[in-house]
Design a binder for this molecule. Structure first.
Ligand SMILES: CC(C)(COP(=O)(O)OP(=O)(O)OC[C@H]1O[C@@H](n2cnc3c(N)ncnc32)[C@H](O)[C@@H]1OP(=O)(O)O)[C@@H](O)C(=O)NCCC(=O)NCCS
Length: 151
């Protein structure tokens, strides 16, 4: 079951953040601030039983997926997809989902491509090591319009 993270999840999330994001991992303080609600537009989601999480901000009609991560030993079993859909399900009326991904993160790019994200922008030398960031978007309005077909 995917649910909103609670203060008791902070230690697990700090470990997951480190395992999934490596040198880019957020500090334990930032994780704790997010989970305990100090950052009001940010939602942290966690799977109850399996190690996976997602972080998104919801502002106006834009959802920004800031993090998604699955324990390395559990990947390719659908958990990332369920987390992403949980983020989208909470979007209620949002127009689009945006995110940034490293150009050299082939696994994440394949994952987002499988979930209908398309590149809309590139930010060269965006990361500390000089890597390019790709900005990807998924248009939720198109999906809703499409779901009306045939009715
Ligand atoms: C990106 C990530 C969250 C995907 O999680 P996951 O649980 O493995 O994803 P799923 O099992 O739901 O994969 C769904 C589909 O995405 C695609 N996909 C996912 N990982 C892939 C990979 N390594 N190579 C190719 N395609 C991949 C496939 O189409 C897959 O379907 P399939 O397994 O039936 O072929 C996971 O790889 C991860 O935690 N990576 C490290 C953190 C990260 O880079 N996060 C994104 C940037 S913040």
């Amino acid at each position: 079951m995917i649910r909103a993270a609670a203060p008791g999840d902070v230690d697990r999330l700090v470990r997951l953040e480190s395992d999934c994001q490596g040198v880019d991992a957020w500090s334990p303080q930032l994780v704790s601030d997010g989970v305990t609600g100090a950052l009001p537009t940010i939602a942290w989601l966690i799977d109850e039983g399996r190690d996976g999480y997602a972080v998104a901000s919801y502002v106006d009609d834009v959802v920004e997926l800031q993090r998604i991560g699955v324990d390395p030993g559990l990947r390719r079993s659908g958990l990332g997809s369920r987390l992403l859909e949980a983020v989208v399900d909470r979007a209620e009326g949002a127009a689009r989902v945006l995110l940034e991904v490293r150009e050299d993160n082939a696994a994440a790019r394949a994952f987002y491509a499988a979930h209908d994200f398309a590149e809309v922008h590139r930010r060269p030398r965006y990361y500390r090591d000089g890597a390019t960031a790709l900005v990807l978007q998924r248009d939720l309005r198109d999906e809703r319009d499409g779901s009306d077909d045939g009715e």
